[in-house]
Every structure is written in C-alpha cells, then in structure tokens.
Design a binder for this molecule. Structure first.
Ligand SMILES: Cc1cc2nc3c(=O)[nH]c(=O)nc-3n(C[C@H](O)[C@H](O)[C@H](O)COP(=O)(O)OP(=O)(O)OC[C@H]3O[C@@H](n4cnc5c(N)ncnc54)[C@H](O)[C@@H]3O)c2cc1C
Length: 369
C-alpha cells in the first residue's frame, strides 16, 4: 500500500489525514508546533462545510460553537450596513477545534510527529523528507503548511519572492457582542472582524497594512491612532476585557496566486492559495480542498492504472475550477476596503443594493458540500 506524508497540521492537514487513514491509507503527519495553540484567524467558519463535517462526524457540536447569521459592515467613519447572511456560519477557536481534530486523528491511527520539515526531495517516484531529527521516505506528500513556510523557499515557489505588506493581529475578548452577528469594521489600510466563539468569548482579528505599524511604532499606538477612528472599533477596544496578555500576530500575509501542485507536492489549504480574510472563507476552502484532494489520493492508492501525472492534473483542474475564481474576487474586493471613499461606497452599496451585496458574498463562497 502506498503511504502518504502530510506536512502541516492545520485544518487542511488534519482533515486530509483523517480521511486518508479512514480509507486504510497509512498516514504520517508532521506539525512543527504542539497542540493546543492559538493562530491568527477570525475563527468564523462558513456553513458550507456543515454537510461534510457532519458526514465525517467531525462537526464540533460538543465545543458549543456560536451560530452566526447576521452581518454588519461599517466604514472608516462609522456608517453601518446590516444584512442577513443567507448561508451563515459558526464560530469556534482554532485552539479548541484544531486540538480536538488532532485528538481525532490520533484516535483514527494517524502517526503525528511534532517536528518541522526542512527539506523535500523527489527522485525516482519517491520523496525524501528531512527534519532536524529524522529523514523519511514517502510515496506521496501533501503540503498543508499554510500561507507561508520555510518549505516554500526550499521548493523555490514564486510567491515567496515578493514581499507582502499585510500583518494580522488577533485577540480573544469578553465583550457585549450579539452571538449571531459577524461584523467587519473598516479602518485606514485595513479591516477588523469581530464574532463570537465558544464559552461566550469573542474573536477580534484584523488585517492591516504594515505602514500603519511603521508610522505609529507599536500595536497599541496603531490601534489608538488608526483603528479608533472608526467609532465602532473605539467602542469595542474601550469596553472589552482582553484575555491574552499579548495579541497573536503574523506578518507577510500573501494573497498572490500559487500552484496547487509544485515539484509533485500536492498543496492543500492556504499552501495552495489563500483567499483574503474579509471573505471569511479561508477555512471553508481549506476544509473543501482536503475533501477534493483526499478523494483523488484514495483513487490513486486503490487504482494502479491511475498515474501520478493523472493525479496531479486531475487535482489541479478540480482545485482551479472550485477555488481560483473565488480567490480572484476576494483580491478585487479587498481593494475596496481601507480607504475612506471606497469604504463609504461599499457600505452605501450594501445598504441600498442588498441583492448586489448578496451576489458579491456568493461569489466568494461555495455551495454546501
Ligand atoms: C487575519 C486573518 C483572519 C482570518 N479569518 C478567517 C475567518 O474568520 N474565517 C476563515 O474561514 N478563514 C479566516 N482566515 C484564513 C484561515 O485562517 C486560513 O485559511 C486557514 O487557517 C488555512 O488552514 P491551513 O490548514 O491551510 O493552514 P494553517 O491553519 O495555517 O496550518 C498550517 C500548519 O502547518 C504548520 N507548518 C508550517 N510549516 C511547517 C513545516 N515545515 N513542518 C511542519 N509543520 C509546518 C504550521 O505550524 C501550521 O500549524 C483568516 C486569515 C487571516 C490571516
């Protein structure tokens, strides 16, 4: 039986591992960090994932996620538009969700190593992977190492050569936020989401241009001088208890297009392409891409006539037809956020042209799968 090695244990990697091991394929997963841990993420998951998660018995009902079906959009100067969310979503921390999926993966028989993979080599139909502790060989490799990894440099991927100006900041807070609402508040050169997760907590997470930080010197001053210009954000920051001592932060968030297969590595989740966070859809794409990829790998492992080349072509086609247009629309929409005039325009449009707003939301989301 062919074996599969998965690099990266976020949603894409853990769910691919579980699906493959349940199909009797031996799976090894490398995750460089130790669960449970926090990640920069808005932690709102689109309901398009529900049928799939439930079919695998992996919807985390027992963790009591919040259920969200309303959307509020505000402009930099505090104009607001309110819309129902047709499909809606649920809110759950990655700290709780990824940890639970990791435990499920272990229970199902996935071998997990907490080591960073530093090198991948492909020769004569076999991969060789290196970590600081070991070298192993594998028939197939799934690259689910997220938006940016040292392996992207090792593989010479082109997106990594361009610098990206975006930083991400996340807090968990206790605040008076309606449990069924996700709000997206604009500020100069950025936007901030707030929605509830489990245990009555809220997630406050924003994407900002790094110039905001450069010009103000530190995160707190940036928030006071730039985010507070939006009265909604000022109110939230001044009337909430912040649970973390320090926010979770990341930089160099890139939305450049990537290839779903590179050097024979099958990319999944953000490693194959990242949608702009304002769409609230990256996790749904990570989950959906794990489904598409697992189905193809299962076919490859069970059918000796299905070649590696056919697997790579067929996955590339399936990934592109399902996600490429959504990522493009997300990049275009993001250009409308973060400037006074356009953010007012978008909020005005969302207020008066609700069908158009729903149309744009539908263009960045998939159908339930
Ligand atoms: C500011 C911000 C807000 C967002 N908000 C939302 C939201 O509200 N809703 C939504 O759906 N999406 C949101 N997203 C997107 C979402 O977080 C990602 O799309 C999702 O996490 C992708 O999952 P993944 O499994 O592909 O990658 P990740 O969850 O990033 O997992 C990758 C894993 O790989 C590991 N890894 C990396 N390199 C190696 C290596 N060499 N060896 C071993 N392990 C390695 C990492 O430690 C990590 O655990 C947001 C993103 C940002 C930046």
């Amino acid at each position: 039986m062919k074996n599969v090695t998965i690099i990266g244990g976020g949603l894409a990697g853990l769910l691919t591992a579980i699906q493959l091991v349940r199909a009797q394929i031996p799976v090894t997963l490398f995750e460089k960090r130790h669960y449970p841990f926090h990640r920069v993420c808005g932690e709102y998951i689109s309901n398009e994932t529900l049928p799939f998660l439930k079919s695998l018995n992996l919807f985390p009902e027992h963790l009591q996620p919040s259920h969200i079906n309303k959307f509020q959009l505000t402009s930099i100067n505090g104009k607001a538009a309110n819309l129902p969310l047709n499909l809606g979503g649920f809110g759950i921390s990655r700290y709780a969700l990824d940890h639970w999926l990791y435990q499920q993966a272990l229970q199902d028989g996935v071998k997990v190593f907490h080591e960073e993979v530093t090198k991948i080599e492909y020769q004569e139909n076999q991969f060789e992977l290196s970590t600081s502790k070991s070298t192993i060989s594998s028939d197939l490799i799934v690259g689910s190492f997220g938006k940016r990894s040292r392996l992207d440099i090792n593989l010479g991927r082109s997106f990594i050569k361009k610098r990206s100006p975006y930083i991400g900041v996340k807090y968990h807070i206790l605040t008076d936020h309606p449990p069924d609402l996700i709000a997206l508040h604009n500020f100069k050169n950025g936007y901030c989401g707030i929605s509830n997760i489990e245990d009555g907590k809220s997630n406050l997470c924003y994407l900002s241009h790094r110039d905001n930080l450069r010009n103000t010197g530190n995160i707190k001053t940036m928030e006071e001088e730039i985010l507070y210009k939006n009265p909604f954000l000022k109110h939230i920051f001044q009337n909430s208890d912040f649970i973390f001592d320090e926010p979770e932060t990341i930089n160099e968030i890139s939305f450049e297009s990537k290839d779903p297969v590179e050097h024979h590595v099958l990319m999944c989740g953000d490693a194959a392409g990242m949608i702009t966070p304002l769409c609230g859809n990256g996790m749904a794409i990570a989950i959906h891409s794990s489904k598409i990829l697992s189905e193809q790998i299962i076919q490859f492992c069970s059918n000796p006539n299905f070649t590696r080349g056919e697997l790579e072509d067929s996955y590339t086609k399936a990934w592109t037809s399902q996600f490429a247009a959504r990522l493009r629309v997300g990049r275009q929409l993001q250009k409308l956020f973060g400037a006074n005039v356009t953010s007012n325009l978008v909020v005005g449009m969302a207020r008066s042209l609700k069908p158009l707003a729903h149309y744009l939301i539908s263009k960045t989301h998939g159908r339930p799968f």
